[in-house]
Ligand binder design. Structure first.
Ligand code: EPZ
Length: 417
């Protein structure tokens, strides 16, 4: 088991290049199953979730080859197996995209129930509702989801709540269906748009991605091609918050600044200086942060995946801030770890009240999930003394070369295997 060790009270300064978006990559890799041909995916982040999904599509009979660290060529023509039930599959949440892709192309699939970060219940009832609406039969046996359909017929599907996963999964199942499918109350995240752009480049007919109504006109088959993954909005936001929390000055490069608007405006509100370019944002700490109120919401609201990192930054603010987590039932588990460092945080249901403190002290922490792990890194960079973080595997799922990028900014961080 790896641990990260951080020598804190460090101001981070310099440039960081953001990788391709994890939450786009973990959907687009399964989506290549829909293509009877060769796809070349560029700007893939070099993270564990990508490696697991690559293994899964190879186990089904696809032939894949890394042309370089961030470019994968996939030939899905030869897929002959429609199941992914290995234990590693149930370790990640995004494995559910294999269901939509296999159903869409082969009208059958057997995939282990998804796992992933535990923030309270993470059901997939909306995914199943969409598949059933298209005409699929579904049963769950021994933690395996089994799906099949004689035909997939386009229809109107209204999601009971905004769901990134369900929106993408239904899109994957509908691109080769007969007729037109309309997804209403759809999620609008940048990675939803990226998956739709990928599918359209391969011959799909999807309009409305990025709005709350997406229309998919079924086509008979998809052809191969090249696609470049969108920059990671959450990794970018994590580094912007590292600059704010460590009193730093970081230029976050290779991003789409418009994707960061909810965070950019919040950082300006609490006193951080930001300079936006075409594909970068420079974040400069100039004065003590002031408290604020935040509620996490579906895009374009404040992203739940930046909630832990924002909370740690607000520990540096003057006064009491609040964060309401409206997406997940239980996404404040990591707060107990921060209390070991002297953080003064009160949790009342889905609302956190964060009292700014003068000093955090290094401690031995255990990452509870991917973004909480990132937040603990920020806390370690700020704290006086040494901080260790266990369960680094969570962080490796979503952040490429995290120590290398942080060391280049002046952090004193290293991994203990
Ligand atoms: C995706 O998870 C992301 N994961 C999460 O990022 C992210 O936090 C989340 O979207 C919200 O933006 C990937 O893209 C792989 P949802 P997902 O379906 O699809 C409820 C990270 O850090 N819901 O949008 O699982 C659900 O319980 C990860 O990169 C149902 O009730 O999220 C939640 O309360 C963590 N039934 C809410 O909807 C369903 O069928 C939003 O979930 C589906 C969801």
């Amino acid at each position: 088991m790896s641990k990260l060790c951080i020598q804190g009270d460090t101001r981070l300064v310099g440039d960081v290049k953001i990788s391709g978006a994890k939450n786009a990559a973990v959907a687009i890799l399964p989506a290549t199953i829909l293509v009877e041909g060769i796809t070349i995916i560029e700007n893939l982040p070099n993270i564990n979730d990508v490696a697991i999904l690559n293994e899964a599509i190879i186990s089904m009979g696809a032939v894949t080859k890394f042309l370089d660290l961030h470019t994968l060529e996939i030939d899905a023509t030869t897929i002959y197996k429609y199941s992914a039930t290995e234990p590693c599959i149930s370790k990640m949440r995004a494995s559910y995209y294999l269901l939509g892709a296999l159903l869409g192309r082969f009208k059958k699939a057997e995939v282990a129930m998804p796992g992933g970060c535990d923030f309270g219940g993470r059901p997939i009832d909306q995914h199943i509702k969409g598949f059933r609406a298209l005409g699929a039969n579904i049963e769950i046996e021994d933690n395996i989801i089994k799906i099949n359909a004689d035909r997939l017929i386009g229809t109107r599907i209204y999601l009971d709540m905004v769901s990134v996963g369900a929106t993408i999964n239904i899109m994957l199942a509908a691109v080769l269906a007969e007729g037109t499918t309309t997804i209403e109350n759809a999620a609008k995240e940048p990675h939803i748009v990226d998956v739709a752009n990928f599918l359209n480049k391969m011959g799909a007919k999807i309009i409305g991605a990025g709005t709350d109504v997406i229309r998919i006109k079924g086509v008979s088959k998809l052809h191969g091609g090249h696609y470049n993954i969108v920059p990671d909005q959450i990794e970018a936001g994590t580094f912007m918050l590292i600059a704010a929390a460590t009193k730093g000055d970081i230029c976050v490069r290779n991003i789409i600044p418009e994707h960061m608007d909810s965070l950019t405006s919040k950082l300006r509100e609490i006193g951080v200086t930001l300079i936006e370019g075409d594909d970068y944002i420079r974040v400069i700490w100039k004065q003590k942060l002031t408290a604020t109120q935040i509620i996490t919401l579906p895009y374009p609201g404040f992203p739940t995946d930046l909630q832990p990192q924002m909370l740690v930054s607000l520990l540096q603010a003057q006064g009491v801030s609040t964060i309401v987590e409206s997406i997940f039932d239980n996404r404040f588990q990591y707060v107990d770890e921060l209390r070991k460092m002297g953080a003064n945080i009160t949790i009342d249901g889905t609302k956190a009240s964060i009292e700014g403190v003068d000093t955090l002290y290094g401690a031995n922490l255990v990452a509870t999930d991917l973004r909480a792990g990132a937040a603990m890194i920020i806390a370690g960079l700020v704290a006086k003394g040494t901080t260790t973080i266990d369960n680094v595997r969570y962080i490796d799922r979503g952040y490429e070369d995290i120590e290398k990028k942080l060391t280049a900014l002046g952090a004193q961080i290293f991994r203990i295997d």
